[in-house]
Design a protein around this ligand. Structure first.
Ligand code: FES
Length: 109
């Protein structure tokens, strides 16, 4: 698990974009009224940062073309996005938000 920030620095309604290293795609972490979620930051449609999108419940709307993604599954619920974004494990340990990036297909563990 990789530390992201103190939970106090990510209040409900806030999101943050993190990059763990140069080989791992950026991850967007959201603190919603329903809890914490982490998904790939880049929209599966084009190059937009989901961390800059609008969150309602456990959904985020892409800021570029308004595709809506379910933060629980990463699945798009409307066009123009057709492919899901990956979800990542997220939790709080000793007051710090942590993310465990999902293993990418084809990556060597
Ligand atoms: S870039 Fe996200 S919907 Fe087009």
């Amino acid at each position: 698990m990789f530390p992201v920030c103190h939970i106090e620095d990510l209040p409900v309604g806030a999101s943050v974009r993190i990059r763990i290293d140069d080989t791992t795609p950026a991850i967007a972490v959201f603190h919603t009224e329903d809890g914490l979620y982490a998904v790939d930051d880049t929209c599966s449609h084009q190059d937009a940062s989901l961390s800059e999108g609008w969150v309602e419940g456990c959904f985020v709307e892409c800021p570029l073309h308004a595709a809506l993604f379910d933060l629980r599954t990463g699945a798009p619920t409307c066009l123009p996005a057709r492919r899901p974004v990956r979800t990542h494990e997220v939790g709080v340990l000793d007051g710090t938000v942590h993310v465990r990036p999902a293993v990418r297909e084809g990556a060597v563990a």
